[in-house]
Design a protein around this ligand. Structure first.
Ligand SMILES: CC(C)(COP(=O)(O)OP(=O)(O)OC[C@H]1O[C@@H](n2cnc3c(N)ncnc32)[C@H](O)[C@@H]1OP(=O)(O)O)[C@@H](O)C(=O)NCCC(=O)NCCS
Length: 215
């Protein structure tokens, strides 16, 4: 293997990280969007997201190719607020009206898009008190051909250390019950099961790590 580097992503790397997401999460994307997810829409959302959570995305690169990422925002509530306050929601609607996202709506259907948005909003909204932890592992993904080589664990640990330096005392995440490899990585990093929630695609297990215990 070539030269491996684990580091914070720059704002300009949103598109490369979006590409890793599409490779890592095709099992979630395909049932909802088929092959119709517009990369332009996805890139635009990530571009705005990267501005809002600047300095809280970790990547691993191998010889300059980004092969894995973790999005670990320190304060999850800043994301929906940032999209509204900065006018990004309107920018996305405007670009859609100008035809930038092509056949997206026609081929997927407004119902599926509404469902995806509802799931994400449900995911981000505040939860009952004991689960109300602001720091979140929002997303972690490693390209399929680079899995099983320790990248997932390393980028997660790096992201946790970053959150610790930013002052987070607890970190929360959600994982599907069947996602054994992700659960394994989270358990090894010290996350514990604290509850359950669900969305239109099924159950989530909620896990929290107490940062007092060391990464
Ligand atoms: C979860 C994910 C990020 C892990 O990345 P990775 O680079 O393969 O992770 P690592 O190589 O650091 O570790 C994988 C661990 O899982 C273990 N593992 C792999 N498949 C497993 C399985 N089916 N059951 C249990 N453990 C499994 C490996 O043995 C390894 O553990 P070890 O280091 O103790 O041997 C990657 O699989 C991925 O991108 N999945 C798709 C996206 C996703 O589901 N993300 C999580 C959303 S909550």
């Amino acid at each position: 293997m070539g030269k491996v580097n684990i580091r914070l992503a720059t704002r300009e790397e949103f598109s490369k990280v979006a590409e890793v997401f599409r490779d890592a999460f095709d099992y979630e994307i395909i049932p909802i969007f088929g092959d119709a997810l517009s990369p332009e829409l996805h890139d635009d959302i990530y571009q705005f997201l990267f501005i809002i959570i600047d300095g809280q995305v970790v990547v691993s690169d191998v010889d300059g190719e980004i092969v894995g990422y973790v999005m670990a925002p320190q304060n999850i509530s800043k994301i929906p607020r940032g999209f509204i306050v900065n006018g990004y929601v309107f920018k996305l609607i405007w670009r859609w009206m100008k035809g930038r996202y092509g056949k997206l709506l026609r081929s997927i259907g407004i119902k599926n898009i509404g469902r995806a948005i509802k799931d994400k909003v449900g995911f981000l909204r505040p939860q009952r008190k004991e689960l109300n932890v602001s720091a979140r592992i929002l997303s972690i993904g490693v390209k399929k051909r680079f899995r099983g080589r320790g990248f997932g664990q390393k980028i997660l640990n790096y992201a946790l250390e970053n959150l610790r330096m930013l002052g987070s005392e607890k970190v929360r995440l959600e994982v599907r019950p069947w996602n054994s490899s992700a659960r394994h990585v989270y358990e090894k990093a010290g996350f514990e099961y604290v509850g359950q929630m669900s969305d239109s695609q099924g159950e989530w297990l909620v896990m929290v790590k107490d940062m007092g215990g060391g990464v």
